[in-house]
Design a binder for this molecule. Structure first.
Ligand code: 2P0
Length: 315
């Protein structure tokens, strides 16, 4: 008996970069994201004689998944399990594949083995696997506050504010420093780290208000500021974390020029060189055309706000 779940990556508009020390992968500050349909992870689970993980068709050993299963087994009866997961977008390249992966995995395991998890328990397990994964459990604009109850909440659905997301892919290479390692390096070495964490709640509150009021310009300002502050922390870590390439910088300038010409668009960039342009449906054609022409952008993915992780009974 196989159970399949699908989940989309999510893109943070107010970023998470840093974990509370001495916790089990708990983010040190709140974050706010959008769940992005147009990129998809499909994960199947079934009982087996021993744990196996197949990622994009290849058997692999994944320490994060092994630890995740071990922790889950300490609390819930879970037999050995065969896991098969597939992404329809580049893996490990700053497109939140691990977020979508753990959201799909806990959703599939919960259903397949009748773990009977509450929404908050599912969020807690997802974020143990990957800090940002809890956000991919829900649809649309998602607020994730590790201090709050509930921890995750949809604050606007895709129908409430149907923005488009256009991703400029500048490389499909895997990132050289994982997010987990990069965050710890920043916490230990960046002179800006403390200020970054302290300022995050203010950015989170500003972004929540902007979403409530559907104020595109206010959301654009706080999202770009959060992204650039996070990269300032990365750049001032030792050794420096430089996730951008030349095309990343060129795309930032292109998106700024579009905004100055009156298009409703802003950029965000994660722990990788891809550039994500968030825009209104009306501005999407111009944004797509301009991003595709940026030297070094070798493909463009069309996304839009999407649904949270769910079991796919037709798979
Ligand atoms: C975010 N990122 O808020 C930030 C922005 C990347 C840059 O959360 O170590 O894969 O597994 O908790 O969740 C990517 O980190 O890291 C991330 P772990 P995760 O989206």
């Amino acid at each position: 008996m196989t159970t399949t779940a699908v989940a989309h990556p999510n893109i943070a508009l107010v970023k998470y970069w840093g974990k509370s020390p001495d916790t089990d992968n708990r983010p040190a500050s709140p974050s706010l994201s959008i769940t992005v349909a147009g990129l998809k992870t499909t994960t199947s689970v079934e009982p087996a004689v021993r744990d196996t993980v197949k990622l994009n068709g290849e058997l692999t050993r994944d320490q994060k998944i092994e630890r995740f299963l071990e922790d889950l087994r300490a609390r819930h009866p879970l037999p050995p399990v065969a896991i098969e997961s597939r992404n329809d977008f580049p893996t490990g390249a700053g497109l939140a594949s691990s977020a979508a992966g753990f959201a799909a995995l806990i959703t599939a395991l919960d259903t397949a083995f009748e773990l009977d998890l509450s929404d908050d328990e599912r969020a807690d397990w997802a974020r143990r696997g990957s800090g940002s994964a809890a956000r991919s459990l829900l649809s649309g604009f998602v607020a994730f506050d590790p201090e709050a109850d509930p921890m995750i909440e949809t604050i606007a659905t895709p129908d409430d504010w149907p923005l488009d997301v256009i991703v400029g892919v500048t490389t499909t290479d895997k990132k050289s420093v994982s997010s987990t390692e990069g965050m710890e390096r920043s916490r230990m070495t960046s002179p800006f780290y403390r200020e970054w964490i302290d300022a995050n709640r203010g950015d989170f509150d500003t972004a929540r208000r902007a979403v409530d009021e559907q104020d595109f310009d206010a959301l654009a300002r706080v999202a770009e500021a959060s992204c650039l502050k996070m990269h300032a922390v990365m750049l001032t870590s030792a050794p420096a974390l430089v996730y951008w390439n030349a095309a990343t910088v060129a795309a930032i300038h292109t998106i700024r020029a579009l905004a100055e010409r009156g298009e409703s668009v802003f950029f965000t960039i994660d722990a990788g060189p891809q550039v994500k342009a968030i825009c209104t449906r009306w501005s999407a054609p111009a944004v797509r055309r301009a991003l595709a022409e940026v030297p070094g952008v070798h493909s463009v993915i069309d996304g839009r706000l999407g649904l949270g992780a769910r079991v796919d009974r037709d798979a």
